[in-house]
Design a protein around this ligand. Sequence first.
Ligand SMILES: NC(=O)c1ccc[n+]([C@@H]2O[C@H](COP(=O)([O-])OP(=O)(O)OC[C@H]3O[C@@H](n4cnc5c(N)ncnc54)[C@H](O)[C@@H]3O)[C@@H](O)[C@H]2O)c1
Length: 343
Amino acid sequence: MKRVLVTGAGGYIGTSLVPMLLQKGYGVRAVDRYFFGPELLPEHAGLERVKEDTRKLTPEHFRGIDFVIDLAAVSNDPSGELYEHATWQINHEARARAARLAKQAGCTRYVLPSSCSIYGFQDEGVICTEKHTINPLTTYAKANGRAEQDVLPLADGNFTVVVLRQSTVYGYSPRMRFDLAINGMTYGAWTTGKLPLLRDGTQWRPMVHVRDTAAAQIFMLEFADTKKINGQIFNIGSDENNYQLKPLAELVAGTIPKPVEIEWYGDPDNRSYRVNFDKVEALGFKARLRAEDGVREIYQRIEKGDLKKDARTITLQWYKDLDAWYKITSRAAMYGGMLDIGS
Ligand SMILES: NC(=O)c1ccc[n+]([C@@H]2O[C@H](COP(=O)([O-])OP(=O)(O)OC[C@H]3O[C@@H](n4cnc5c(N)ncnc54)[C@H](O)[C@@H]3O)[C@@H](O)[C@H]2O)c1
């Protein structure tokens, strides 16, 4: 049985990826701070939960591990701006260090799930291949760029390093995120009849379903001819899911079986990038799901009552809440507790 260390395993992508790995017979060491709760991963004999901060990983964490998928990060632009220092530490330095530790421990593959947001703003008509000059506009995107630069040179004959630039992800996952475009549009449209659309709607954004991006990560663990992937960057998504946001909003609205109005918000978005996925498709990987599939599974789960929007589903709000509670409880706590205390 091959063993995979997944950092950020308790997050949106991780809580979909880990069950897929377990289903395929991998053993999983799921390393996370579990900011969103440890209960979102299934009970399974092949799963080992490790509550740890990726900035504090030691060689011991990598012992007995074959492959690493390094998801842990402060995972969006607004959180990256508010927690700038931590974002550099976690998204760049801790991932570069994890890759070095993995190599030293004799792991054979390391996958860095980066982001297509690294392309930032591109002129109309440009379709970014992996060779395109990156244009990271935010702390989050810049830290991804630096992580890519640091991990790729570690590739050698014994250590396969792959960078995956993921499109914006959508679809249901146990740690749900309603701060992602399709998910947020679907929530608003289904629950209030108003679909939130970020101005001005002409911006291009590639999308990928959460189970497709997880499948791409597993594909890179299993692809036999490592020479074709080692030290390489792959965009992850599909041309069918390259959208401008206004037509995407219309598609989401058209998939919801209720009347839906578009409600504009925000200042015009300065990120716009259209992306080419030929390189990963040439290996035989194809993202299969479409935006409509994600929209349907989300509104059906909301309707059944097993999916709710709360602060935990909005990444920035949750980190702000955790910070605020930490300040309050650490002032009042004594002897390991509040009204009840340890002896
Ligand atoms: N979701 C997307 O649309 C998208 C698109 C492109 C790239 N990505 C990248 O994919 C990765 C996963 O994204 P996600 O959507 O699952 O995000 P997420 O916020 O849901 O998950 C991140 C996980 O990392 C954990 N974490 C954060 N800091 C940590 C630390 N210092 N130590 C240990 N654990 C820590 C959190 O507890 C969380 O479970 C991130 O690197 C993100 O940048 C995501």
